[in-house]
Structure formats: C-alpha cells, structure tokens
Design a binder for this molecule. Structure first.
Ligand code: HEC
Ligand code: HEC
Ligand code: HEC
Ligand code: HEC
Ligand code: HEC
Length: 164
C-alpha cells in the first residue's frame, strides 16, 4: 500500500513537471533578450520593429538589426555571444511570436498607431521595460477585447471590418 502511494505521488509529480515544462518552453526565446537595457540606450521601438508606421505589421528584428551594434562584443554576456554564433552559422535568430491572430482576422498596426493614436503600451503593456522575454502574452487579445475598445472609442464593430 505504502509503495503504491509513493508510486502515485511520483506519477503526479512527473505529470506536473511534464505539464509545466511544456507550458514554460512554449515561448522560450533563442536569446534572453532584455528590452529594458535597450530602452535605456535611448532606442525607440522602431529600431527593431520598424514597420508599424507604414504597414499592418510591426516586424520582428532580423539578425542584421542586432549586428549593427553587436558585430563585436559590447558586454561579457554569453547571451550576447549567441548573436554571433547564429551569424557564423548564417542563420536568422528564430524568435517565437507570442501575439499572433488567426488568418481570418485583419489587424493593422498603422491604423491603430498612426491614425488611431494608440500607444504600444495600451495593447502590449510595459514590454519595453521587460528584462527577459515574457513566457507568454501579457494581454489576451480576444475578439471581445478588440470589440470592447471599439465600442468605447466609437469605432465600427461590423464583422467584416475585422474578418477577411
Ligand atoms: C533592440 C531591439 C528591440 C527594441 C528597441 C524593442 N524590441 Fe520588442 N522585441 C525585440 C526582441 C528581440 C523580441 C523577442 C524577444 C522578447 O520577447 O523579448 C521582441 C518582442 C516584442 C514583442 C512581442 C512580439 C510577439 O508577437 O512575439 C512586442 C509586443 C514588442 N517587442 C514590443 C516592443 C515595444 C513596444 C518596444 C518599444 C517600447 C520594443 N519592443 C523595443 C527587440 C526589440
Ligand atoms: C543600437 C545598438 C543596439 C542594437 C541595435 C542592439 N543592441 Fe543589444 N546591446 C546594446 C548595448 C549598448 C548593450 C549593453 C547594455 C548594457 O550593458 O546596459 C547591449 C546588450 C545586449 C545584451 C546583453 C544584455 C545583458 O543582459 O547583459 C544582449 C543579449 C543583447 N544586447 C542582445 C541584442 C539583440 C538580440 C539585438 C537584436 C534584436 C540587439 N541586442 C540589438 C546595443 C544594441
Ligand atoms: C490596438 C492594439 C495594438 C497596438 C496599439 C499595438 N499593437 Fe502590436 N500587436 C497587436 C496585435 C493584435 C498583434 C498581433 C497581430 C497579428 O497577428 O496580425 C500585435 C503584434 C505585434 C508584434 C509581433 C510582430 C509583428 O510583425 O507585428 C510586434 C513586434 C508588435 N505588435 C509591436 C508593437 C509596437 C512597437 C507598437 C507601438 C508602435 C504596437 N505593437 C502597438 C496589437 C497592438
Ligand atoms: C485600445 C483600443 C483598441 C483595441 C484594443 C483594438 N482597436 Fe481596432 N481601432 C481602434 C481605434 C481607435 C480605431 C480607429 C482608428 C482610426 O482613427 O482610423 C480602430 C480601427 C480598427 C479597424 C478599422 C475599422 C474601420 O473603420 O474600417 C479595424 C479593422 C480594427 N480596428 C481591428 C481591430 C482588431 C482585429 C483588434 C483586436 C485584435 C482591435 N482592432 C483592437 C482601437 C482599438
Ligand atoms: C474588432 C474586431 C472584430 C470584430 C468587429 C469581430 N471580430 Fe470576430 N474575431 C476577432 C478576433 C481578434 C478573433 C480571434 C480571437 C478570438 O478568437 O477571440 C475573432 C474570432 C472570431 C471567430 C472564431 C472564434 C473561434 O472560436 O475560433 C468567429 C466565428 C468570429 N470571430 C465571428 C465574428 C462575427 C460573426 C462578428 C460580427 C458580429 C465578428 N466576429 C466581429 C475580431 C473581431
């Protein structure tokens, strides 16, 4: 009986570890990037996400972006070294996306940021102050979330505005 209970306890523990590992690894980024240190360098969001003023998307940084400043080491961080390791292998840094809408949804950064004058923080929180990559989305971007702000801002909630 006792060994049976221990067996069950170990089983539960393993299951728990398995689940939390699964969740934790979902948004593990290839490099532990620190937004805060880069914001403190006076970099605007568009230094690495350059497209929001003109396009529907903002864009993720390419390795060329990073190499503008990291061709040679500026710190002793092994995380920084990884940039040059990707470069030597002639690979892009495979950033994982944490905010991504399904294909049937139309969303435009330009529309919201330039015309709607919404700040990045309104939708993404203080990600510019994050010291390591978020494990998952800080804001759950559901249809209700979109529609609530539209109702408040007197913007259309016509199905065909958001669904293509
Ligand atoms: C020096 C480059 C750099 C700057 C400057 C920068 N970012 Fe980032 N951003 C990244 C990198 C690298 C990632 C992926 C790793 C992470 O999440 O930390 C990222 C991830 C993000 C994501 C998550 C996107 C997704 O769907 O996965 C958002 C949102 C974001 N940044 C917003 C901002 C905002 C807002 C600012 C300005 C306040 C900003 N970033 C400034 C490099 C940068
Ligand atoms: C405009 C210049 C610039 C760009 C572009 C830039 N960095 Fe940096 N980065 C810096 C500087 C300066 C530091 C040192 C900051 C400090 O020590 O406070 C730094 C530090 C780092 C570090 C070490 C941080 C730590 O925790 O000690 C990493 C890792 C890093 N950058 C990754 C990246 C990645 C990945 C990109 C591309 C998405 C990128 N950087 C783009 C200037 C830049
Ligand atoms: C009204 C809400 C809203 C605002 C304001 C907003 N975003 Fe986003 N952002 C989103 C949504 C929704 C997505 C997912 C879009 C998709 O999958 O089509 C996203 C995705 C992203 C991504 C992932 C990569 C990509 O190509 O789009 C980055 C980076 C990002 N936003 C940065 C920013 C920055 C920087 C700003 C400020 C200049 C900003 N966002 C303002 C809602 C917003
Ligand atoms: C924080 C508030 C806010 C959130 C959240 C938000 N929007 Fe908007 N949206 C606006 C505003 C303000 C405008 C009007 C911009 C302008 O002046 O053109 C707008 C305009 C739009 C338009 C153009 C509508 C038209 O008149 O044709 C679309 C499409 C849209 N949003 C889709 C989305 C989607 C999809 C989401 C969720 C993923 C979303 N929005 C989340 C504030 C928001
Ligand atoms: C302001 C933008 C917006 C408007 C307006 C809007 N939707 Fe959506 N809708 C979304 C977003 C974003 C998603 C994806 C996120 C989610 O599932 O919550 C979505 C998801 C859906 C889905 C898929 C749900 C699922 O479980 O996969 C359906 C179906 C849908 N919408 C129907 C509608 C209908 C019908 C209308 C009009 C009454 C409408 N939507 C109006 C933004 C919008």
């Amino acid at each position: 009986m006792k060994s049976f209970l221990i067996g069950v306890a170990i089983g539960v523990l393993l299951l728990f570890l398995f689940i939390s590992f699964g969740l934790g690894s979902k948004a593990d980024q290839p490099i532990s990037f620190n937004h805060k240190k880069h914001s403190e360098q006076g970099l605007g969001c568009d230094a690495c996400h350059p497209f929001f003023k003109a396009q529907t998307f903002s864009g993720m940084p390419t390795i060329t972006n990073c190499l503008e400043c990291h061709k040679d080491p500026v710190t002793k961080s092994p995380e920084e070294e990884k940039i040059r390791e990707f470069q030597q292998k002639e690979k892009e840094i495979p950033w994982k996306r944490i905010y991504e809408q399904p294909d049937h949804v139309f969303f435009s950064h330009r529309r919201h940021v330039v015309l709607g004058k919404q700040s990045c923080q309104t939708c993404h929180g203080e990600i510019g102050q994050s010291e390591k990559p978020p494990a998952g989305p800080w804001v759950t971007m559901t249809m209700k979330w979109c529609m609530d702000c539209h109702a408040k801002s007197k913007v259309t909630n016509d199905c065909l505005a958001c669904h293509v």
